[in-house]
Write a protein that binds this ligand. Structure first.
Ligand SMILES: [Zn+2]
Ligand SMILES: [Zn+2]
Length: 103
């Protein structure tokens, strides 16, 4: 789920999105009537580039004992320039074999 809320009234429940031909999304708030354009294409915070790649990240939490349980999958974006290493590492295996920070 993408977290979007109306910039005018703050609701996140009455929003309707319509994809535009240029791949942006026009959002309409059915509560207050505001419309705005959301550009779903992210840009890199480090180099400002828009060559981003969606990368699913598995959210895992430790439950009882050493059991790990999958809480969900979050989509994050990696920069093809700054995160080239990570992108190629992710391509090797669909799910990470080792969890970050569990070493
Ligand atoms: Zn609104
Ligand atoms: Zn970058």
């Amino acid at each position: 789920m993408v977290e979007i809320e109306c910039t005018t009234c703050g609701t996140d429940e009455y929003l309707r999105g319509e994809r535009q031909p240029d791949d942006t999304i026009e959002l309409t708030c059915e509560q207050c009537g505001a419309t705005w354009i959301r550009d779903p294409r992210p840009s890199c915070a480090r180099c400002g580039g828009t060559e981003m790649e969606a990368a699913p990240r598995v959210i895992v939490e430790k439950s009882r004992g050493s059991q790990m349980s999958i809480q969900g999958i979050q989509r994050e974006f990696l920069c093809r320039v700054c995160d080239a290493d990570q992108i190629s590492a992710r391509r090797d295996g669909h799910l990470p074999q080792r969890l970050p920070g569990s070493e």
